[in-house]
Design a protein around this ligand. Sequence first.
Ligand SMILES: NC(=O)c1ccc[n+]([C@@H]2O[C@H](COP(=O)([O-])OP(=O)(O)OC[C@H]3O[C@@H](n4cnc5c(N)ncnc54)[C@H](OP(=O)(O)O)[C@@H]3O)[C@@H](O)[C@H]2O)c1
Length: 317
Amino acid sequence: MKVVIIGGTGHVGTFLVPRLINAGYEVINVSRQNRESYQPHTAWHSVKQVQIDRGMAEKDNKFGEQIRELAPDVVIDMICFTQQSALQLVEALRGHIQHFLHCGTIWVHGASEQVPTRENQPRKPFGEYGINKAAIEAYLLKEARQTGFPATVLHPGHIVGPGWVPLNPAGNFDRGVFKKLAKGDEVLLPNIGMETVHHVHADDVAQAFMRALENWNQAVGESFHVVSSEALTLRGYAEAIAAWFGQEANLGYLPWEEWKKTVSEGDAAATWDHIAHSPCCSITKAQRLLGYNPRYTSLQTVQESVKWLIDNEGLLS
Ligand SMILES: NC(=O)c1ccc[n+]([C@@H]2O[C@H](COP(=O)([O-])OP(=O)(O)OC[C@H]3O[C@@H](n4cnc5c(N)ncnc54)[C@H](OP(=O)(O)O)[C@@H]3O)[C@@H](O)[C@H]2O)c1
């Protein structure tokens, strides 16, 4: 089976491409070739690299055709952000492929209501990214159910792995928060620290893509959450990371309007995006239909990533 992965050298592709090669798939990675995977792996020697800038190719309405010309059995689309992008691919690939896997996001749900959130809850996304991803999901599932286009949608949580900064207990990407927790310094959290975040290890996302491929008949026409088994409250997350460093967490709390003035505009925006969603998603459907079984808890995945930052980027120095 030939798999074309669009955007295969990022967080998920770093783990998914070696899994595909090891499982015997022929793999073509389509990207601008601006970057390499986060971790090296001998499997990459077996991957054919094709250089296409999706944005440019879509402007000329050529992208779908270019992907079809690679003659894939399976297409994995890691980097689709508008329904129009999805439509171009679907129109070009209809009748030519056996499976189409789209990488979505748990942001399709908007703010959590009944938790853990299940895939069948009504979508109430907010923000351009979540709204567009929900539109793509609705479009692909409709195409699958009405016309038989073999689409599956996988919705990861906050993707974590060795090589990049994980979402921190303040709900943003300031690595200094981990340093403060390691030293026992005070960390301020918004509100009372009870809003939630839901991480997932990039290799568990890769696992879910593999399971979806292996369980075609259960996967087509369906969407699945791909997260760790449990979400974390900001407070619980901060306390657990401090304890991991042998410290008691020194936490302070401020109402949102005051808290946001204590950090940069970018960090405040990231925190707001996360706490306004406060995700807590169920993986029961992926467990039941795909046999998805995450290897990492949220804390284990963050610990691995923080350890990598300490060892490779001097996080604590
Ligand atoms: N990050 C998260 O926490 C998170 C959470 C939930 C869902 N998601 C979803 O995950 C997906 C992204 O996956 P990822 O995080 O593994 O990717 P990523 O780390 O952002 O990597 C992006 C990949 O796409 C390629 N790429 C970027 N722009 C391109 C373009 N214009 N044309 C061709 N290739 C391009 C990059 O290579 P080049 O730069 O070399 O082109 C790279 O291979 C998205 O659908 C996102 O919605 C992410």
